[in-house]
Ligand binder design. Structure first.
Ligand code: PEP
Ligand code: MG
Length: 612
């Protein structure tokens, strides 16, 4: 993978000095333990050195706080709410497993419910919160950890295994207690986050300014942790199985997102080597930055708009300077996950901020794409057997019209402050687009009746990420101003390959002929109906595929902010007519690897220097 910008991280310099100082001592710290290299899958480039922060099973030890007398009832109410959510979650799981006919497994959940509702535990927690005036999550956590430790020490192997049940309940309760509290996990220095997996809900809880990298045990190039890492311009490595067992919070590591490695106990030489790599990559990025603001025009004059994808408001400063001509995809669900109860006013303020910051360049807001791996805390209580085929994206929004209209009105209100578009995710056909547009019109009427201003030229678009939407793009085109191909999902749904599943990741092929034909069909429908068509999936940022995408006729690419300068430079080196010939050849080819090779060969001929 090429193309993501690197963010310089001061921690690397600090560490090198520390290691050199150590080296001058007779017994340097860094030589006490041997350097250890972990190999995983690189998903976001760049290098950094920083301390590790292990995200323990999605919850960290809560910070103990002294509370006021008048906070006690609210704390105890949090306990009740978390218990209700946990109970609902366990019962739903139990039902699902029973439905699969696995009665023995389902019985385990009976045990879990008994643990959850254990009267003596709950009494103890309530009493301690009242008498010691401590926050409920810290009290619950401490007590449960004590039980877990006690069980781990017993001789009876059956009882010893029960500690896993306690751990499971504690995790669920902590997640709900933390969910209610929505406290950000903050850090005093840059950290490499080490986690088993990292969901969007996890990432919104982290203090992103202090994240130097992600090292994750599971995951794939298209998991949202990888997408966010590329968006933030930080290195990320996934599939580091067993890492959580080995690393402890506070120890220093190097993360190399180019090679996909984590180095534990790096020596002074290793640190010096990485400092050099970082300097070289910064020099390359500086060079690209010089042309970042110029348009991307191919050698024979075809202009291709290059935008950036964004998830968080705090990313916008860097995106503003990366040369992006628009925000081609603002994933609004991340703002939502930060505060699911945000009012229409609060949402309008946030969206306004985004529009104002980026004006006069347009911002395309995608309406909420909850579901899949982006869980709404409300939805999370009822797990679905196939969440990617379930209640997701526009389906959620259309089935909760009041909730959807709150977002639409907030977006309309933001449209007074600069150019913007609204696009709907996960549509499978024209009916959903019409229904969503109908609600948008209702919102316009409501605002008009109240005398609230909104822009008159908001573009409306559809994400094309389900094969049925691609196949019916000609119908959808009559309803919208633009299409945005969500290739991350389009590939998974076309090939029936879960984008997060490691076992089938080899089958996740962006250049599969089936995917290519669908893209071509969408471009043709767009042309016929005079509708713009772009890609906002990760495929658009892969410069090995740029010749193919130009040849297929895409008007726009929206990519991670850090990738913008490189993608623009690559496009400038291409010749559209040559790319069209290449795309013709590709469309006649039955082999995904051969198609990829065709495109890669042209990319290498035109801009080998960008593909380091
Ligand atoms: C896509 O599916 O390509 C896309 C951009 O949306 P997301 O990755 O958020 O599903
Ligand atoms: Mg998608």
């Amino acid at each position: 993978m090429h193309g993501t910008g690197r963010r310089a991280h001061p921690a690397l310099t600090v560490l090198v000095h520390a290691a050199k100082d150590d080296a001058s001592l007779s017994m340097p710290n860094s030589s006490k333990a041997l350097e250890c290299v972990w190999q995983g899958l690189p998903v976001s480039p760049g290098v950094a050195a920083a301390v590790v922060h292990v995200l323990q099973d999605r919850f960290d030890e809560p910070v103990e706080r002294v509370i006021e007398e008048n906070e006690v009832e609210a704390e105890l109410a949090r306990l009740e709410t978390a218990m209700t959510a946990t109970r609902r979650e366990i019962k739903a799981l139990q039902k699902t497993i029973e439905a699969r006919g696995d009665t023995i497994e389902a019985e385990v959940f009976e045990t879990h419910l008994m643990i959850l509702e254990d009267v003596s535990t709950l009494d103890h927690v309530r009493r301690t919160v009242r008498s010691k005036l401590r926050n409920v999550d810290a009290v619950y956590y401490t007590l449960m950890c004590r039980h877990i430790e006690a069980l781990r020490g017993v001789d009876d192997p059956y009882l010893r295994e029960r500690y896993l049940d306690l751990k499971d309940i504690t995790q669920r309760m902590m997640r709900h207690l933390r969910g209610e509290q929505r406290a950000e996990i903050s850090f005093d220095e840059p950290v490499v986050i080490v986690a088993h997996d990292l969901t969007p809900s996890d990432t919104v809880m982290l203090d992103r300014d202090m994240i130097a990298g992600f090292a994750v045990e599971t995951g794939s190039v298209n998991s949202h942790a990888a997408i966010i890492a590329r968006s933030l311009g930080i290195p990320a490595v996934v599939r580091l199985h067993g890492l959580m067992e080995e690393l402890v919070s506070g120890e220093r590591v190097v993360i190399d997102g180019d090679e996909g490695i984590i180095i534990e106990h790096p020596t002074a030489e290793t640190l010096a080597k990485y400092q050099q790599i970082e300097a070289q990559s910064e020099a390359r990025e500086d060079l690209l930055q010089a042309t970042a603001k110029l348009p991307a025009v191919t050698q024979d004059g075809r202009v291709i708009r290059v935008g950036a994808n964004a998830e968080f408001v705090d990313e916008l400063d860097s995106i503003c300077h990366c040369g992006a001509e628009e925000i081609g995809l603002f994933r609004t669900e991340f703002v939502y996950l930060e505060d699911p109860d945000a009012t229409e006013d609060a949402l309008a303020t946030i969206y306004e901020q985004v529009v104002q910051k980026f004006a006069p360049r347009p911002v395309i807001f995608r309406t909420l794409d909850l579901g899949g791996d982006k869980l709404d805390p409300l939805l999370a209580a009822e797990p679905e057997p196939n969440p990617f085929l379930g209640w997701r994206g526009i389906r959620v929004s259309l089935s909760r019209p009041d909730f959807f209209k709150r977002q639409l009105r907030a977006l309309l209100r933001a449209s007074c402050h600069g150019p913007m578009g609204i696009m709907f995710p996960m549509v499978c056909g024209v009916d959903e687009v019409r229904a969503a547009k109908g609600l948008l019109d209702e919102c316009r009427a409501e605002l008009r009746a109240k005398g609230v201003c909104f822009g008159s030229e908001i573009e409306v678009g559809a994400m094309i990420e389900i094969p049925s939407a691609a196949a019916t793009a000609d119908f959808i085109a009559r309803e919208v101003d633009f299409f945005s191909l969500g290739t991350n999902d389009l590939i998974q749904y076309t090939l029936a390959v879960d984008r997060l599943n490691e076992r089938v990741s080899d089958l996740y092929q962006a250049t599969h002929p089936g995917v290519l034909r669908l893209i071509k069909q969408v471009v043709d429908a767009a042309r016929k109906h005079n509708v713009r068509v772009g890609i906002c999936g990760e495929m658009g940022g892969d410069i090995e595929l740029a010749p193919l995408l130009v040849g297929l006729g895409l008007d726009e690419l929206s990519v991670a902010g850090g990738q913008v300068p490189r993608v623009k430079q690559a496009l400038r080196k291409l010749n559209e007519a040559e790319c069209q010939t290449l795309a013709q050849q590709a469309l006649e080819c039955s082999d995904a690897a051969a198609i990829h090779e065709l495109s890669r060969t042209m990319a290498e001929r035109c801009y080998a220097e960008l593909m380091v």
